[in-house]
Design a protein around this ligand. Structure first.
Ligand code: GAL
Length: 399
């Protein structure tokens, strides 16, 4: 090879490298870096209990209740209006909030929520219509994002109805870019029900992504349209743990705690497992009139601390034996949160060995029951507990 030919080949290679590198840098520059949701978002959302029956009055009352019931102080932050707040677009394409139900407008409502030390969220959809046939965001992404920012929106849940042949990653990336351009920090919640395995691509697009169809207020029911009860959703989280971390979370859907379809024992299991999964904790009940039992579940600080652990490591199933499951999560202090779950209809003894949670068998570790709020002393090698039917024992293990 002559020197000139070698020189030309080297130049070509350099050229290719420069192009490849600039693409790579460009891709990084476009990735989600909004600094939000370093721990899983917590708040309240209107859908599970109220469906389309949303109004300014309801949202204000719920905001007040978050404060008076101690939920805000326990960490719940975002007040999110789900579907049905929007009724159309004006001649300029601006999205219009229902003037009957929200007579003071969204800016005033956001101001109210902010004045109580909370944050404000809205719902829209990546397609032409929302799931309840209200106007969607397709084609209006930048205009809507500017409007949300001007209203003072802090959280956007973005659904996947009426999307035809749209591509999930492309559609959600447009809204991600629109929100970034709007200049206000807005948590971006992707809701396409796990259809395109968002855990494989959404880390750079959203702060959280739904992993399944809609949760139902039942232990293990299944609806023909894809809705499902607690244990079915739980089973679908197995294996997704590697994809979650600070700023980007798997979302197994909102909480049903307090909505009446399950017993308090079952709701404790639902809440515990969501915390071991590092799931977003969006309460979905009427918090104005909670029973003390419901309030106690939703505001148990030691359990919430598991969910909000700063390491942000999602728990995983370490054992399944018949009706017994063990799910465990590593915590930032080297401890473990362990959920002993009894899926059966009779009480059962469920046990976990230290090996199963990554500890040596000879280790003596202290165990604390987070629902009983009781220290259970030192244990070496394993721990077992009697777990009620459809129930959980949630412990914190500290070496
Ligand atoms: C569903 C979504 C629900 C709720 C509902 C509103 O697609 O999964 O969480 O937002 O739409 O219509």
């Amino acid at each position: 090879m002559s020197q000139t030919v070698m020189f030309r080949s080297a130049c070509r290679l350099l050229c290719v490298l420069v192009v490849v590198c600039s693409f790579a840098t460009g891709a990084r520059a476009r990735s989600l870096d909004n600094g939000l949701a370093k721990t899983p978002p917590m708040g309240w959302n209107s859908w599970n209990k109220f469906g389309c029956n949303v109004s300014e009055k309801l949202i204000k009352e719920m905001t007040d209740a978050l404060v008076s019931m101690g939920m805000r102080d326990a960490g719940y932050q975002y007040v999110v209006i789900d579907d049905c707040w929007q009724v159309g677009r004006d001649a300029q394409g601006n999205i219009i909030a229902d003037p009957q139900r929200f007579p003071s407008g969204m800016k005033a409502l956001a101001d109210y929520v902010h004045s109580k030390g909370l944050k404000f969220g809205l719902y829209s959809d990546a397609g032409t219509l929302t799931c309840q046939k209200r106007p969607g965001g397709r084609g209006y992404e930048f205009q809507d994002a500017r409007q949300y920012a001007a209203w003072g929106v802090d959280y956007l849940k973005y659904d996947w109805c009426s999307t035809g042949t749209q591509n999930q990653q492309a559609s959600y990336s447009i809204m991600r870019d629109a929100l970034a351009k709007a200049g206000r920090p807005i948590v971006f919640s992707i809701c396409e029900w796990g259809t395109s395995k968002p855990w494989t691509w959404a880390r750079d697009v959203g702060n959280l992504w739904r992993t399944t169809g809609d949760i139902q207020d039942c232990w293990d029911c299944k609806r023909d349209w894809g809705g499902m009860g607690f244990v079915h959703i739980l089973d679908l989280q197995d294996g997704l743990e590697a994809y979650a971390g600070p700023g980007h979370w798997n979302d197994p859907d909102m909480l049903e705690v307090g909505n009446g379809g399950m017993t308090a024992t079952e709701y404790r299991a639902h809440f515990s497992l969501w915390c071991v999964l590092a799931a977003p904790l969006m309460a979905g009940n009427d918090i104005r009139q909670m029973t003390p039992e419901t309030a106690e579940i939703l505001t148990n600080r030691e359990v919430i601390a598991v969910d909000q652990d700063p390491l942000g490591m999602q728990g995983r199933r370490v054992k399944r034996e018949g009706d017994s499951d063990v799910w465990a999560r590593q915590l930032s202090d080297g401890g473990r949160a362990v959920a002993l779950l009894n899926r059966g209809i009779a009480p059962a003894k469920v046990s976990v060995s230290w090996n199963e949670i990554g500890y040596p068998a000879h280790l003596s570790a202290s165990v604390r029951d987070l629902w009983a709020k009781k220290d259970l002393g030192k244990h070496t090698g394993s721990f077992s507990a009697d777990v009620p039917a459809h129930g959980v024992v949630l412990v914190r293990v500290e070496p």
